[in-house]
Design a protein around this ligand. Structure first.
Ligand SMILES: [Zn+2]
Length: 242
């Protein structure tokens, strides 16, 4: 029996039968793996930290006709800073849930893996802004999975949307929709759009609840389960940034 090894993040973890766990893992080498961890609910020696999310694991697994089976998982790195404040911790878990929802069919798990690692690092800093980090993460995840938001022109007719004007956006169009194309349900002022643009360029900007709601709506246009992961954590994440 060959045992494969890779670094991995736990996206989902659920009790299975009396002692086992079923886990969804995002591997560093472009694989999203569904696996069974026999005795995963009991063995802290084979599976350190109980295969919890928000840990980077060195993973050993084998393949059989029944599917992937975890042999062991050793925690290589945790982010203690994440457990100190509710906002960043909720953001990290919500964004992990977003990736769990979109990673399967995504073309580039390798990039999603790197994005998640970077997010945990950002959020574990003492002065982390959970709201801004979450908004940025969602827009980047949309980009990586081929659903990048259109913010500078109409997503339907390509008419440019100059930086200084208020625009409306529609989740089903994936971005700005001009008035002649029917407009959208989300209104965004010039300064809100400038702040978002600055955030996505890594420059930082005044990110507020409206940005969060827009990110969740755009994500919902792609994957309802991913948007739900964000909706559940909204009160904790938004109050962290306000
Ligand atoms: Zn248009």
């Amino acid at each position: 029996m060959s045992v494969f090894r890779a670094r991995a993040l736990v996206l989902r973890r659920a009790a299975f039968r009396e002692h086992d766990l079923k886990v969804t893992l995002l591997l560093e080498n472009d694989v999203c793996l569904e696996a069974l961890a026999p005795s995963g609910q009991r063995s802290q020696r084979r599976f350190t930290a109980g295969l919890s999310p928000l840990c980077l694991y060195d993973l050993g697994w084998s393949e059989s006709r029944a599917g992937a089976r975890l042999e062991d998982a050793q925690c290589l790195q945790g982010w203690p800073g994440l457990s100190k404040r509710l906002g960043p911790q909720s953001a990290a878990l919500a964004c992990t849930g977003v990736i769990a929802a979109v990673a399967g069919p995504a073309p580039s798990q390798r990039v999603l893996f790197a994005l998640l690692l970077e997010l945990y690092e950002t959020l574990s800093a003492p002065d982390a802004d959970a709201l801004a980090a979450t908004v940025r993460f969602v827009f980047e995840a949309l980009d990586v999975t081929g659903h990048g938001a259109v913010l500078d022109r109409c997503a339907r007719c390509d008419r440019p949307a100059p930086a200084g004007v208020t625009v409306t956006l529609a989740a089903d169009a994936g971005g700005v929709v001009c008035r002649s194309c029917g407009g959208g349900g989300f209104r965004m002022t010039a300064s809100q759009r400038a702040a978002l643009d600055a955030l996505l360029r890594g420059a930082g900007g005044a990110i507020g609840p409206a940005h969060y709601d827009l990110a969740a709506a755009l994500l919902g246009g792609v994957n309802a389960a991913a948007a739900e992961a964000l909706a559940r954590s909204r009160p904790l994440i938004v109050s962290d940034g306000a």
